[in-house]
Structure formats: C-alpha cells, structure tokens
Design a protein. Structure first.
Ligand code: NAI
Ligand code: 3PY
Length: 323
C-alpha cells in the first residue's frame, strides 16, 4: 500500500504510517503541485494525504482508485467533497486537535490589534521611537468588553474561554444552532447576525468557508459595527471582503482588524492593510505549533491507515460514502 503526501509532514504522522507497513512518498519541493503533477504522482498510489493542496472535480473524477484522502487540516473548502463522494472516496480531516492553537492566534491578534503592537514594533525598526507623547499610540482596553463570536464551534468556544478568563469579557454569539453548554459555562447569549454586528466590541470569525459565509462581512456588515470595534478573522479570508474591510478601516467605520487569513493567500507585501496602525496580519499560522502540527499529522495518518484497511475512517467529512 502506498500513500502520496503533498508536503513533508511531522515525523509523528509519517512514522505511524510506516509502522503500519505503508510506503510513504512525500513531495519535498517548496512549491505546490499542479493538478497534472498530482494526477501523475497519485496514479500508482492507494491513498493521498493532502496538505493545503486544492483537489478539484477533474482530479477526483480521475482518482477513483484512491481508497482514502486525508486532509492535514480541519477546513475542507479547498476540496470538491461532492465529487469525492460521487466516486466513493472518503475524505478525512483533523478536527479538535488544532482548536486551542488557533484560538490562541485569534487572541494574539485581538490583543496585538487593540494595542497596535505590530505597527509599534515596525516603528522601532524604522527609527521612529522618539519623544514620549502621552496622547499618542493609544490603544483600546479589552477588560469587560463584549466579544461577538461568529461560529461558536470548537475554535470559537476556545477563543471565548480565553477572553472570559483573561479579560472577563461578555460573550455573545451567532451560530446556526444554539450552543447550550457554552451558554451555561460562559453565560454566552445567542443573538441575530445583525445584533452581533451592532453589539460586539471585538467580533471574531470562526465558521467554515461555505457558500453561506463567503463574503458575509462586506461593507453593509462593517457599516453596522461600532466605530471602536475590532474585527478578527482566523477562519478563511474569503469570509470577509478585503476591499470593503480596507474602506471600513480607512473611513473609521470600525477601529481595527486582526487577520490570520487573507484572500488571496499569500497577501502581497505592498497591500495597504499592512501599513495601517490598527491592523495586524499573520501568514495563516493559526495551527502552527509543534504540538498541534504533530497531532494533526497523527490524525491524518489514522485516517489513511483505517481507509487502507477498508475500515470506516475516524474523522470523516463525507459519511455518505459509507451508506
Ligand atoms: N487559521 C487557521 O490556521 C485555521 C483556520 N481554521 C478555520 O476555522 C474553521 C472552524 O473550525 P472549527 O471550529 O474546528 O469548526 P466547527 O465546525 O467546530 O465550528 C464551526 C461553527 O460554525 C457554525 N456555522 C457554520 N456555518 C454557519 C453560518 N452560516 N452561520 C452561523 N454559524 C455557522 C457551525 O454551526 C459550527 O458551530 C475551519 O472550517 C477552518 O476554515 C481552522 C483551523 C486553523
Ligand atoms: O486546519 C485548517 O483548516 C487550517 O487552516 C490550517 O491548520
């Protein structure tokens, strides 16, 4: 049995597959594969472990010989899951193990943005640390403020817990369904989407990217937010409209933004958002800790091993394949 892996992954996951008798071929080049290269490399394989590689309909229709595809991510918006289901390939992801690390990144962006930390750091490098002026470089305090969570799932819940623990923030959320345990544990309140926009001092995005959430944060949404609100997105860049966000910040419709995800990625280095004092941008490092990436590789390997044994994979995103 052989698996093709589209990047070099942490040792923990690779070892698990090798110990299970699977031949592991990793793509070692520091560039993504084209769909043609992917088809060529997976032709003689039984499984694919995909790290951020787009898997489109053409590829999936040409790959019905694959017994399983494991993603090295919880998000699967880069995969045509309907096409995979049509050719009966189970798709696996890595839920849960990255929730804390990703929430930490959202928390980091919230705090850094509220104190203009990235911009202040750059100002030292530019030799601009000069005369002390008590009216300059002022941020916004977070204690007791309202955190609005769009998508109170696993990562949203971890972020809410951090904010209650650190800053005694009040939690409101908008989710497809009510999260009653969170309501009890954190005294969180479900609100409509418009109420979330109107009442949040910090609004943090934690839904998947779907046709429903794509472009959800546009000019009309930012227009409803408080003028001192901070917008945080660690989910997917296409959930906010970047041009509308820029305009909302330039026109002081909202106060600041912290982004771990952009659209497109990578963000171009001369993007105007990168030079705004109240904006913090990170290059999609939400889950990037040694512990979390190792745990993700193990979950992906477990999906591969089960799929190659003909068993139901433990973390399946298209359970319909088993019907
Ligand atoms: N920046 C990064 O490195 C990372 C980003 N992510 C992103 O975070 C997303 C969330 O991950 P998890 O918390 O594990 O997922 P989850 O499935 O546990 O939580 C998502 C929540 O959003 C809700 N939701 C979905 N669509 C909605 C809508 N239209 N309106 C209201 N609520 C809606 C769901 O009901 C669910 O409660 C992933 O899909 C991925 O795109 C995940 C990990 C790392
Ligand atoms: O898991 C995901 O969806 C990511 O974005 C990267 O960890």
């Amino acid at each position: 049995m052989k698996v093709f892996v589209t990047r070099v992954i942490p040792e923990e996951g690779r070892k698990l597959m090798i110990d299970a008798g699977i031949e592991v071929e990793e793509w070692k080049e520091k560039r993504g594969l084209s769909q043609e290269e992917l088809i060529a490399h997976t032709r003689d394989c039984d499984a694919l472990l995909s790290v951020s590689t787009r898997l489109d309909k053409d590829f999936l229709e040409a790959s019905s010989h694959l017994k399983v595809i494991a993603l090295h991510s919880v998000g699967y918006d880069h995969v045509d899951v309907t096409a995979a289901t049509a050719v009966k390939i189970p798709i696996g992801n890595t839920p849960g193990v990255l929730s804390a690390a990703t929430a930490d990144t959202a928390f980091l962006l919230m705090l850094a943005t509220s104190r203009k930390a990235f911009y202040m750091h750059k100002s030292i490098i530019k030799g601009e640390w000069g005369f002390f002026d008590p009216t300059e470089n002022l941020g916004i305090e977070l204690r007791g403020k309202t955190l609005g969570v769009f998508g109170l799932g696993k990562i949203g819940l971890e972020m809410a817990k951090c904010c209650v623990g650190a800053f005694d923030m009040k939690i409101i959320y908008h989710n497809r369904s009510r999260n009653e345990p969170a309501e009890k544990e954190l005294n969180a309140h479900w609100v409509s989407f418009d109420e979330l926009l109107e009442q949040s001092d910090v609004l943090t995005v934690h839904t998947a990217l779907t046709p429903e959430t794509e472009g959800k944060f546009d000019w009309f949404a930012f227009e409803k937010m408080k003028p001192h609100a901070i917008f945080i997105n660690t989910a997917r860049g296409a959930i906010h409209k970047e041009g509308d966000l820029l305009k909302a910040l330039q026109e002081q419709q909202i106060w600041g933004a912290g982004l771990d995800v952009t659209n497109p990625e990578p963000m171009r280095p001369d993007h105007p958002l990168l030079n705004m004092p109240n904006v913090s941008v990170l290059p999609h490092i939400g889950s990037a800790t040694e512990e979390t990436r190792a745990a993700m590789s193990v979950l992906a390997a477990r999906n591969i091993i089960a799929g190659l044994k003909g068993e139901r994979i433990p973390f399946v995103v298209n359970p319909e394949v088993y019907k």
